[in-house]
Design a protein around this ligand. Structure first.
Ligand code: PAF
Length: 282
């Protein structure tokens, strides 16, 4: 794998592939790679000629400084993994390369940044939007790959790409779960064994709620039961558990099996904040 720290070196490399009319796939990550990321890379390798993985822990998307400080950083291991699976290029810029100065730009995603993740993490989607725009402008990929695990981020990025006419196709890759149901996440590395057990409450509540909805139960009853599941877990503090339209993030009060809908949740397990979601109809 070729590792580039600068936009300039990255671009002179990519220029050769562009001249050869190779398609370029971008997998943006913040490192601490896990099976979910590897699935993104797999999809990228299947559908594009040259795969670029970016590894950059973007400071502007962290509303909580402690979360940024404690975000797992495993660069050497990440590079080893990406080398093993034959990724073509890794872009690991320093802060100065991405933010030569603090951006003044403020993005406004409307309802998408006012609810769920937007409400609990003020400024988060502004930071995501800015860094993703920068990465798309730097790499100029044909296709960029994002995980469905960050469903609201996906909706934000799709709006960004449409509103600003980025010439890129966004491909969304389904969430990958551990055998017991926990969605892969870099933050799982921070869970101690008791917390790791407790973290199962997110996927348990989601799968329970999905099966209840599909057998005809009404959403408010299902939500109450799911909230009780969270409350029965001492190490857990739930932030939200909502049924939404996955592209607008409008909440759905009355489940209709003909409409696209997903349940989204976020909860603290000890000091670690986890999110997960499950499409009911997709
Ligand atoms: O999903 C992530 O890891 C990050 O939000 C992203 C898209 C790499 C932007 O920093």
């Amino acid at each position: 794998v070729k590792v580039h720290l600068s936009k300039k070196a990255l671009n002179s490399d990519l220029q050769i592939f562009r001249t050869d009319r190779k398609t370029i796939g971008l997998v943006p990550t913040m490192g601490a790679l896990h099976t979910g990321h590897l699935e993104l890379v797999k999809k990228a390798k299947e559908s594009t000629d040259i795969v670029v993985v970016s590894i950059y822990v973007n400071p502007t998307q962290f509303n909580n400084p402690a979360d940024f400080e404690k975000y797992p950083k495993t660069l050497d291991k990440d590079l080893e993994i990406l080398d093993k699976i034959d990724v073509d290029i890794v872009f690991t810029p320093e802060n100065q390369e991405i933010y030569p100065s603090n951006p003044e730009l403020r993005l406004n995603f409307g309802l998408l940044e006012e609810v769920l993740e937007g409400a609990f993490r003020p400024g988060h989607f502004n930071g995501v939007g800015i860094v993703v725009s920068k990465l798309l402008n730097i790499v100029k990929p044909d296709v960029a790959f994002f995980g469905q695990k960050d469903l609201q981020q996906v909706a934000v990025i799709k709006r960004l790409v449409e509103d600003l006419s980025f010439g890129v196709r966004i491909e969304v890759v389904p969430t990958v779960r551990e055998e017991d149901g926990l969605a892969f996440s870099s933050r799982n590395m921070r869970l101690n064994p008791d917390e790791r057990m407790a973290a199962l409450v997110l996927s348990k509540a989601l799968f329970f709620a999905k099966s209840e909805l599909l057998r005809g139960a009404d959403w408010l009853t299902v939500k109450k039961q799911a909230v009780q599941l969270f409350q029965s877990e001492a190490l857990c503090r739930m932030e939200y558990f909502e049924l939404v339209d996955p592209s607008t993030f409008k909440t759905v009060e009355n489940f209709n099996p003909r409409d696209l809908s997903s349940i989204c949740t976020a909860a603290y397990i000890g000091e670690v904040r986890l999110i997960d979601n499950l499409p009911i109809i997709d």
